[in-house]
Design a protein around this ligand. Structure first.
Ligand SMILES: NC(=O)C1=CN([C@@H]2O[C@H](COP(=O)(O)OP(=O)(O)OC[C@H]3O[C@@H](n4cnc5c(N)ncnc54)[C@H](O)[C@@H]3O)[C@@H](O)[C@H]2O)C=CC1
Ligand SMILES: O=C(O)CCC(=O)C(=O)O
Length: 468
């Protein structure tokens, strides 16, 4: 049982500094859970204690772009308020919505730019329910204490399988034959239709997807070469080549698996098409900015490139059913008019298996971050974690201090914590941002407030959270 003093103190805290312990102007401070400051014999249990600066039902989550049910279920089961939308949102509506939420879950279409994130005053964490994180301004997010998580490989296999299908479809002109049949035309041809056995696949970007694809392609009798900015171990009998040009000159099929970066923008343009073999094929399931589409159209019309498969485009519609037209991409009409071109609506990772796995992985990471402060798997924060506090550690609090990575901070934090027993502490930095986590014991609600407010006053502060 809590003493009358403790209860009074909690109530006073609730009144006097509602909003202060949390980072959210809209969240209220709640009395500690029953495990906190409880008297009597400690319960001997190693059950992890959920650490929450808010009542769970105050955590507001916005999930866009049809995030999988598995992820929604995990977040809802925590008691958070989860709003779910099937589509992404236009910028003005996104800005309106993001002001209010602590967590946002997106896929590849929602652009979380500095302009949008500037309005996200309550935002603690972003979940990208996909691989790519180019749609988020990661640096701005980190410098404002917003952690970003993704799912680094749960859809890699799905993309690799799609590419294998496309290699065969292009080699056999299956898209065109199927379209002709749909129009009622029987056109049985073998001219310029090939087996893939013995052909060379050139993989640009030998990461999770590229290397998985390498295994599948070899098992079907293809020779694999790859180009990557890093020197990477070849899988099977694949061979790394030293330059993109060397790959383009040798490959019958070129497939792109690089991230969207300034270096990969228009990585395949007129010069690169010239370097490719006449009659070669191009596949892009990475990002739309990687291929210069007008140059591709020219290369295909001129017969240099015998076929292409595109899954991604520089500008993609926000929702299913939106017409993929000239307003989005000027060359849409010309692209659709080409022969032997497969156009898919960014479905590389769209399988039940991949979406379920991503839902679980990203939602779990969000819960760990909200409840425990663990940044393991974050793409923009130093990765820091500590074991969960347990129910037999009642009067403990977890202090999280995200700060600018400048000299002298640890000394000041140590001074602030020095009156308490620090059971464990860990700190790490990534670029300009550092992340400190400390578990302090035998603290009461006054101590928590003092620790929080003192850390919050330091010049180096980006964000202070105290979980209890
Ligand atoms: N179509 C779809 O639905 C999907 C598309 N993607 C896209 O595929 C991309 C690749 O995915 P992963 O293989 O998982 O990424 P990854 O990070 O595992 O591999 C990317 C590889 O590209 C290399 N690389 C980076 N810049 C390069 C450059 N300028 N030249 C040559 N190599 C370079 C890296 O060193 C790395 O080995 C993602 O960034 C994402 O944009 C991912 C999943 C689904
Ligand atoms: O469909 C999606 O969610 C996006 C897939 C993708 O491009 C990615 O995972 O990076």
């Amino acid at each position: 049982m809590s003493s009358a003093k403790d209860i009074a103190m909690s109530a006073a805290l609730e009144r006097s500094f509602s909003n202060n312990l949390s980072v959210s102007p809209s969240a209220t401070f709640h009395s500690p859970p029953s495990s906190f400051l409880s008297g009597g014999l400690p319960r001997r249990t190693t059950m992890p204690k959920p650490l929450k600066p808010f009542n769970t039902e105050d955590i507001k989550i916005l999930l866009l772009e049809n995030v999988n049910q598995t992820g929604r279920d995990i977040l809802t089961a925590q008691g958070y308020q989860v709003e779910f939308l099937k589509t992404s949102l236009p910028e003005d509506q996104l800005i309106e919505k993001i002001r209010d939420v602590h967590v946002i879950g997106i896929r590849s279409k929602t652009k979380l730019t500095e302009k949008v994130l500037r309005e996200a005053k309550n935002l603690l964490v972003i979940g990208c329910f996909c691989i790519g994180t180019n749609q988020v301004d990661l640096e701005y997010a980190a410098s404002h204490g917003i952690a970003v998580f993704n799912s680094p490989f749960a859809n890699s296999r799905s993309v690799a399988e799609l590419v294998i299908a496309e290699i065969i479809m292009l080699a056999r002109q299956l898209g065109d034959r199927s379209n002709e049949m749909h129009r009622g035309t029987w056109n049985k041809v073998s001219s310029k239709c090939w087996e893939i056995r013995g052909k060379t696949l050139g993989i640009v970007g030998y990461g999770h997807i590229g290397s998985q694809l390498s295994v599948l392609a070899e098992s079907m009798g293809m020779s694999v070469i790859y180009y990557d900015v890093l020197t990477l171990m070849a899988i099977g009998t694949a061979k790394q080549v030293p330059t993109l040009q060397a790959l383009l000159q040798e490959a019958d099929f070129v497939t792109l698996h690089v991230p969207e970066t300034p270096e990969t923008k228009n990585m395949i343009s007129s010069k690169e098409f010239e370097q490719m073999k006449t009659g070669a094929y191009l596949i892009n399931a990475s990002r739309g900015t990687v291929v210069d589409i007008p140059a591709l159209i020219k290369a295909m019309r001129g017969g240099k490139i015998a076929g292409a498969a595109l899954d991604v485009y520089p500008h993609e519609p926000a929702a299913n059913g939106d017409y993929f037209n000239a307003q989005l991409n000027q060359w849409g009409e010309e692209l659709r008019g080409l022969n032997n071109i497969i156009l898919t609506p960014h479905i590389g990772g769209s399988t039940e298996e991949a979406q379920r796995a991503i839902g679980v992985e990203v939602a779990d990471a969000l819960v760990r971050y909200i409840n425990q402060g663990s940044t393991v798997g974050s793409v923009n924060m130093p990765e820091v974690t500590m074991r969960s506090l347990t129910l037999d550690e009642p009067n403990h609090a977890r202090v999280i201090y995200i700060h600018r990575n400048v000299p002298g901070v640890l000394r000041k934090v140590t001074e602030i914590l020095s009156g308490h027993n620090v059971d464990r502490q860990i700190t790490d930095s990534k670029g300009k941002v550092a992340y400190l986590m400390a578990d302090v014991s035998t603290v009461n609600t006054d101590d928590i407030k003092t620790i929080h407010d003192s850390l919050d006053l330091l010049n180096s502060r980006i964000l202070t959270r105290v979980l209890y």
